[in-house]
Structures are given as C-alpha cells and as structure tokens.
Write a protein that binds this ligand. Structure first.
Ligand code: PAP
Length: 329
C-alpha cells in the first residue's frame, strides 16, 4: 500500500524529472547537429562526441545522478569493439566459484543482461536488474564520465579494436537494425565518409580511444587498456590479467584445474553465438535482437567489405590521429 511519504517522494521525483526534461530540451537545442547514419535520428555533438538524443539523455542523466562505488568495475568501450565478449568474460571470472561451465547463467541469459550500460539505465528505456556483481558498462568517452567514476577510485577496463573492423561491424549492425525497422540504411560509402569525419555513434572513434589510452598511461593501476585483436590472439593470458586487475586472481589450484581455459571456451564467439538465448530474435532494451550482437567475431573481416582505398584512408587517419601517443591500432 502506498504511504503518504511515498506520495511526497513521488511528487518530488516527478518534479525533478520535469526539471531535468526541461533543462535537457533547452540544452540539446543549443548543440551542433548532424544527420546520423540512415537519417533516422539526428546526431548531437555533446562535449566533443556525437550521440543520438536517447543516449545523450542517458549520458547527461548519468553525469548528474550516477554514483559509482570504490568497489565497482566499469567496462568501457566505443560501440562494436568487444563489449559483449568482455562482459561475458568478467561475469564468468567473478562468478566462477558459484557456477561452473555447466551451470553458469551465461548458458541461458544474454550477456548484456548481467552488466547494464550506465547511460541506458539512466535513459528512458526499460532497465535490467543487475545480477549482484559490482560491474557496470559504459560507452561514454573518458572526458565525459560521471565525476563519481573518477573520484570513487573504482577500476575501469577499456577494450578497443582496430578501426577498420570496428567500422565494418558498426556498419553491418546499423544496417541490420534499420532494415529490421523498415528504414533505409546508409550506403557503405556514405557511412564510411561519416565515420572518417568522426560522425559515428560516440565518435570520433580515435578521440574516444585516445581519451582512455592517455588516462590508462596516467593511471595504470586504475585503468586496464585492452585490444580486441591481442585478446583474440592469446585469450587465456588476458583472462588471467583481467582477473588480477579486478582483484579476483586465479589460484594455482584453479590454474591446475584449467579454470581460465574453461572460461575462455565458455565465452568464445563460437560457443556464445551458438547458444539458443543468443540466437533469439528477442529484443535487448526493447531495441535490438540478441543475435545482432554476434555476427562474425573475427579479426580482419574488413577485407571482405572495404576497398583497398578505403582501408588506406582509414590507416592514414589512424596514423595521423595516434601519432606521438605510443598507441598503434
Ligand atoms: P556493442 O558495442 O553494441 O555492445 P560489441 O559487443 O562491443 O557491441 O561488438 C560486437 C562485435 O563483437 C561483433 O563483431 P563483428 O561484427 O565483427 O562480428 C561481434 O560479433 C563480436 N563478438 C560478440 N561476441 C564475441 C565473443 N564472444 N568473442 C569475440 N567477438 C565477439
């Protein structure tokens, strides 16, 4: 039954929500705007990065209200660089004493349900209950993270991926979503041009990566910087590194029992993409089918999509943007 106090706090909440909506509308009307990929919703440039209004609202809301805890681990990435994989690995590492590879909830639940995105939980979207593990995710650029993430001393893990495969993955993902909504996806050339100009979701791609890269050099104990390609090449070493970083190192007994190897196998693209739950057309956050998160999971798939001129152009931009940073992609 509703108490009087609930009424009062509900009123205050509604009032706060109303004020937030009002100031958000006012703020967004002042931002630079561009047509996004496929003309569905415009992109707005907020603090140097391009976002759709729904995500932007979540980012602003999270900046104002999200309270990180010192014990949290936040998994960070720009879209399509490996967050589904990273979430699965971290979930399996953290829950390995409660479950094994025949009982893990990864067998029956979509990986994104274990680790919600901060800015989506703070947007006008259905939220998912967290699974009681101290892990959250975000696509927010380092410079725009809610201050509590920086101040709390919590740990960040950033995953990046070479820009050619990231672009191709994003292009296919975006086209599949638009087609499923009977909207016209952009042609490859159009999307490529926008990506090169930096106009892509949470882009410019290079600025996103560089923000976390520089922060990881400054705070190596707080930020672990991972590359998709290196993780694919030697997943077992990186799973051990991840476990060490988040304070859940594997014991020698666990190593003898090949627990890291089992986690790697469980979270492999081949295994996860073939699970019934991940093949479903069921929607994540009411927007995207589970199966859309599992396409090929390969390094170098760009060769099947980009011309050599396109590849050269992206390489050139990457070289220019990253020059002097010590990072190569
Ligand atoms: P998100 O940013 O929307 O969360 P994210 O998971 O970061 O997406 O990226 C999706 C890419 O990771 C897809 O790449 P592709 O389009 O080149 O195939 C997807 O296939 C790949 N992926 C998903 N799960 C795994 C996994 N377990 N191992 C390796 N790659 C994976």
């Amino acid at each position: 039954m509703e108490s009087r106090l609930d009424f009062v706090s509900e009123d205050i909440e509604n009032e706060k929500e109303y004020e937030f909506e009002k100031s958000f509308k006012q703020m967004i009307s002042t931002l630079p705007k561009r047509k996004s990929w496929g003309n569905r919703e415009d992109f707005y440039q907020y603090q140097g990065f391009w976002l759709h209004p729904t995500f932007l609202k979540g980012v602003v809301s999270a900046q104002q209200r999200f309270q990180a805890q010192p014990t949290d681990t936040i998994l960070c990435s720009i879209p399509k660089t490996g967050s589904t994989w990273l979430k699965s690995l971290v979930f399996a590492i953290l829950t390995r004493t409660s479950f094994d590879d025949s009982t893990t909830p990864l067998l029956s639940k979509f990986p994104h349900e274990f680790v919600p995105f901060i800015e989506l939980s703070h947007a006008d979207l259905p939220t998912y209950p967290d699974m009681g593990i101290p892990v959250l995710a975000t696509h927010v650029p380092y410079s725009s993270l809610p201050t509590s993430i920086i101040d709390s001393g919590c740990k960040l893990v950033y995953i990046c991926r070479n820009p050619k495969d990231s672009f191709v993955s994003l292009y296919h993902f975006n086209s599949t979503i638009l087609t499923s909504q009977n909207a016209q996806p952009p042609g490859l050339d159009e999307a490529f041009e926008l990506f090169c100009e930096g106009v892509s979701i949470y882009g410019p791609y290079w600025d996103h990566v560089l923000g976390y890269w520089k922060a990881s050099l400054e705070h190596p104990n707080k930020i672990l910087f991972l590359k998709y390609e290196e993780m694919k090449h030697d997943t077992i070493s990186y799973v051990k590194k991840l476990a060490d970083f988040i304070g859940y190192s594997f014991s020698s007994e666990e190593q003898q029992k090949e627990v890291p190897e089992k986690i790697v196998k469980m979270c492999s693209f081949e295994n996860l993409s073939n699970l019934e739950v991940n093949k479903r057309e069921e929607m994540y956050m009411g927007m995207i089918q589970h199966k859309m998160y599992f396409r090929k999971g390969k390094v170098g798939d760009w060769k099947n999509c980009l011309t050599s001129e396109m590849a050269q152009r992206l390489d050139q931009i990457t070289h220019q943007k990253l020059s002097g940073s010590g990072l190569s992609l």
